[in-house]
Design a protein around this ligand. Structure first.
Ligand SMILES: Nc1ncnc2c1ncn2[C@@H]1O[C@H](COP(=O)(O)OP(=O)(O)OP(=O)(O)O)[C@@H](O)[C@H]1O
Length: 308
């Protein structure tokens, strides 16, 4: 017997609800189109991403692939055009202005690449960390909280310094403390080590990892820095506004780090073949697939008969 319309609707809703379940971050078919002077740029074109609570994830991709757009959506700074974006149960598409402010003050913390953008230069490091707590209406034990965070991130000695009295790396670690001030569930960092040398970058990244491990906060870092992406359990690659690959790292029994790269398969079965694989075998337009018992083979299309 054919299913009724209401049965089909119920099935469709069930399938939709199933994607990502109640994961901490769920992006489902996320689309962001920018319109400037009549020209449309599709920055995110159906991006799917699921991140669990307490994960530390690096997002990598070529310039213009949509990384910052994704981070701006997750931070509540930007509203996507379509799709689903949910963080800690909050639907980022349907928030009103008041919810958005509350979300940005207490659910997420953000660290920008430009050190100067993260801190107010006329305040000390401690005052910078106290400020978001003050703005969110927190009155008690602000100072203790600020000092505790600065200590945890290894910059306790900077508490009374203003921005010009700190190095770039120290400023970024204070910026992480500012981002953590209101005990957010998620910290987002856009190229936080982009302006730093590799030694200082490592210290900044150590601080992010400490926040993740010791405070249990989920951390998502956009980076070009191979050093950073090698130190996380999961790296998500973005290409042309979609997640295209994931590298998972694990330790084997002997303590060696094993990194395995996967292509991301979306719900309708689309996957992006790595460009260098396609180029190596001259694959374009179409490929031949063969189902084997434990894998699928992908071959270049057969030569078209010339018709002579
Ligand atoms: N405000 C905007 N108005 C118009 N187009 C935009 C805007 N912001 C981003 N774009 C476009 O959207 C696409 C994705 O940009 P996005 O900044 O997210 O990329 P990215 O991966 O972060 O790049 P980069 O590594 O260079 O920072 C690009 O083509 C960019 O030009």
């Amino acid at each position: 017997m054919n299913p009724t319309l209401s049965e089909l609707e119920a099935k469709a809703t069930r399938q939709k609800a199933a994607f990502g379940g109640d994961a901490h971050i769920v992006c489902d078919n996320l689309v962001r189109i920018y319109k400037t002077e009549g020209v449309e740029v599709v920055a995110l074109q159906g991006l799917d991403l699921v991140i669990d609570k307490g994960e530390l994830v690096a997002i990598v991709g070529a310039s213009g692939s949509g990384k910052s757009t994704l981070l701006n959506v997750l931070s509540g700074l930007d509203v996507p055009t379509a799709g689903v974006a949910r963080v800690a149960g909050t639907d980022l598409l349907s928030m009103n202005a008041r919810d958005r402010l509350r979300y940005r003050r207490s659910v997420v913390g953000f660290i920008w690449q430009q050190t100067a953008r993260n801190l107010l230069p006329y305040l000390t490091a401690r005052e910078n960390v106290e400020l978001p707590v003050k703005l969110a209406g927190g009155r008690r034990e602000r100072r203790e909280r600020a000092d505790e965070l600065l200590e945890l991130l290894g910059v306790g000695y900077c508490a009374n310094r203003r921005t010009p009295e700190m190095s770039g790396g120290e400023q970024q670690r204070v910026a992480i403390a500012v981002a953590l001030a209101n005990s957010p569930q998620l910290v987002l960092a856009d190229e936080p080590t982009g302006e730093l040398d590799s030694e200082t970058s490592e210290l900044v990244f150590d601080s992010l990892r400490k926040a993740n491990r010791e405070l249990g906060v989920t951390v998502v870092v956009v980076t070009h820095d191979p050093l950073v992406s090698e130190q996380v359990d999961r790296t998500v690659g973005i290409r042309d506004g979609r997640t295209s690959s994931e590298t998972l790292r694990r330790e084997d029994a002997e303590g060696h780090i094993i990194a395995e790269e996967y292509a991301v398969l979306d719900r309708v079965g689309r996957l992006q073949l790595p460009r260098d694989f396609m180029n190596a075998l001259d694959m374009e337009r179409r490929v031949r697939l063969e189902l084997e018992s434990d894998h699928i083979g992908v071959w270049p299309a057969r030569e078209e008969p010339s018709g002579e």
